[in-house]
Unconditional design. Structure first.
Length: 129
């Protein structure tokens, strides 16, 4: 069996380290698909909207393509619809908590007034249940 280190010798002999300040990728990172698409349409995205609208209105196109084109058109024209259902009512029952807090505050205020007047039994709270 051959030594594994001898099999790589021919591959690394011609490699040279980068010089200081020299890039390992002189042409830079390749442009992404989104950047390429923006470069093709320029500053006028209405071309894409026209394509979406034509496909959506084309009776010869597949139904799934027409629906997809209409969805894309509407998303860009009017924004995507929210992905959540609106919450009805008071899911955290904050009204009940607010009422309880108001009852406790009223009781404390009454105790303060009673204490200032010099009457009443200290340490009693109104029933908040």
């Amino acid at each position: 069996m051959a030594n594994a280190s001898t099999g790589n010798r021919g591959r690394t002999e011609n490699l040279k380290p980068f010089q200081p300040g020299q890039s390992g990728n002189p042409s830079g990172r390749p442009k992404g698909i989104a950047r390429q698409a923006r470069d093709l349409i320029g500053d006028d995205p209405s071309k894409l909207l026209e394509v979406f609208l034509k496909v959506a209105q084309d009776d010869k196109a597949k139904a799934s393509d027409r629906v997809a084109a209409a969805r894309e058109y509407l998303d860009r024209a009017y924004g995507k619809s929210p992905a959540y259902a609106p919450v009805e009512g008071d899911p955290l029952e904050l009204d009940a908590i607010d009422r309880h807090i108001a009852t406790v505050l009223d009781d404390l205020a009454a105790r303060r007034e009673t204490k200032a007047a010099g009457t009443g039994a200290p340490g009693t709270l109104a029933d908040t249940g």
